[in-house]
Design a protein. Structure first.
Length: 503
């Protein structure tokens, strides 16, 4: 292995990634969430939503326009450390008309790729998300990517168990392995392996995966992972909390994404259609399960690339591995501190060895909220959030933001999208759509920092209404601008102290 190992660009394994280059880019907007069987009174958040978390169409309300503003700023935590990624502030303001004679109450969903920033200054765990209707705050729930993965595992588990039950011989062999899982009798495991590779004609690798699935016996197991304790934003929902840890158990040691891929892959061995089931949740919201970036040189969409040191992979010491879920999912990393037995650790090692990871799930959150629109009214609905830009190491190294713009296509009437992007002056910028340079302005450097700096403004009007929008800033010029911002902030604060003394 070379000194550095490129993750996410194993070209022979990432044929799927090439499809992302043809995705059309366009306008954003909230989704309408449909009710199963048209029953909005059904109990429970997941009962009220479509079982697959898929959106519906909206043809009653009209979005007159959307003003989408995105700022690459500082996080206010790193202070003098300019190596931290940009904290990107996103504000989507929708002017919505109800032209009907009836009041309309709707459930909305708003997809956010890669999750949201957690406010470090809050006394309690608090995501940096806000929703307003005109000037009134709207209560919301964050359906986390962990909950979405839980739904995927739940569906896959059901498919696997039904397929096992349909084969009497297989069902008996699996049951025997499970009943002896504590003693881990090798003869039982070998008999199951022989049936899979023999009459069922499975490969050695796939057969090994099912043997470990039976040995772990993950039915209805949960695991509270220290770095992923449940937070759901405005509304705590016990059903969602349970889902995000369900069907994990000892598999939490390899990470929720790798565990979810394990379930989805096994389900696909019984039913090839199951291989695409987990994609449908993401594609329905307009997101791509494969992480992509906009190339800083060409402006074209390509697979995301991240390079990490191989020794960091084995030790799990690189923050880009343990802190970035899509990288964590792609490397064969087993948490050495996981509270699991030796037999469970062995099973996890076998799974890591045999699981073919073709691509990873891009993390996604869904904001869920309800809004009332009076008859014959025009109101402004605003969704804002902050999140760290993600790293892409293909030269020149960049920080990236992916924004799901597809939801506007779910509305029968959706007006123009006015896009404005602000980046610190001197920072090289590229978007997946053509933008005009709107000059420079003085603005706050970040939501949690009182300093101000000069920003370059880029603008355009988006027209199409499908796909994702990608924005990127050059990492080197970002660091240089960060140093200057730090100097400017210190200068401004010193001046403020002097002014107070004079008073």
């Amino acid at each position: 292995m070379s000194k550095k190992s490129t993750i996410l660009v194993l070209r022979t394994l990432l044929i799927w990634f090439a499809l992302a280059a043809s995705v059309a880019l366009a306008n954003g907007g909230p989704f309408t969430i449909k009710y199963p069987n048209g029953d909005p009174a059904a109990k429970g958040v997941l009962a009220r939503l479509d079982p697959d978390l898929k959106p519906g169409q909206e043809n009653r309300l009209r979005v007159i326009k959307e003003d989408l503003k995105i700022t690459f700023g500082k996080d206010g935590v790193s202070r003098g450390d300019v190596t931290s990624p940009p904290l990107v502030q996103v504000s989507a303001e929708y002017t919505i008309e109800n032209p009907t004679d009836d009041q309309i109450e709707m459930d909305f969903g708003f997809p956010i790729l890669r999750g949201v920033y957690i406010n470090p200054w809050s006394m309690m765990i608090s995501p940096a998300v806000k929703v307003w209707l005109d000037k009134t705050p709207v209560q919301f729930t964050i359906i986390s990517n962990s909950a979405i993965y839980g739904i995927i595992r739940q569906h896959a588990y059901s498919s696997i168990e039904q397929a096992i039950a349909a084969d009497v011989k297989l069902s008996n062999l699996v049951a025997t392995v499970r009943s002896n899982s504590i003693r881990m009798r090798s003869t039982d495991r070998q008999e199951l392996l022989a049936y899979l590779t023999g009459p069922m004609k499975w490969s050695e690798r796939d057969s090994a995966l099912l043997v470990e699935y039976a040995s772990l016996n993950v039915a209805n197991t949960t695991a509270i992972r220290p770095r992923d304790r449940g937070w759901l934003g405005g509304l705590a929902d016990e059903e969602l909390r349970k889902l995000q840890n369900q069907y994990l158990g000892p598999l939490a040691a390899i990470g929720e994404q790798k565990a979810t891929q394990f379930f989805a892959y096994l389900a696909s061995r019984f039913d090839p259609q199951a291989a695409t089931t987990y994609e449908k949740i993401f594609s329905a919201w307009g997101g791509d399960v494969r992480e992509c970036s906009v190339d800083l040189k060409t402006g074209k969409i390509r697979p995301r690339e991240v390079t990490v040191a191989p020794e960091a992979i084995s030790k799990g010491s690189d923050v880009s591995i343990t802190g970035d879920p899509t990288i964590y999912a792609r490397v064969d990393y087993l948490d050495p501190q996981a509270p699991i037995s030796e037999s469970e650790r062995t099973s996890c090692e076998v799974i890591l060895k045999n699981l073919p990871v073709i691509f990873t799930f891009a993390p996604m959150n869904i904001l869920h909220y309800q809004v009332k629109f009076p008859a014959r009214s025009v109101q402004t609905l605003t969704v804002s959030y902050s999140q760290y830009a993600y790293l892409d190491t293909r030269g020149p190294t960049s920080y990236q933001l992916a924004y799901v713009v597809h939801p506007a296509s779910l509305w029968q009437q959706f007006g123009p999208i006015n896009l404005e992007v602000a980046v610190p002056q001197g920072v090289d910028f590229r978007a997946s759509v053509a933008c005009d340079n709107g000059g420079t302005e003085e603005r706050g450097v970040g939501p949690y920092d009182s300093g101000k700096g000069r920003f370059s403004i880029y603008q355009t009007v988006l027209e199409q209404k499908t796909g994702e929008l990608y924005l990127a800033v050059d990492a080197d010029t970002w660091k240089k601008a960060g140093k200057q911002i730090a100097v400017d902030v210190q200068t401004i604060r010193a001046q403020q102290v002097d002014d107070q003394r004079r008073k």
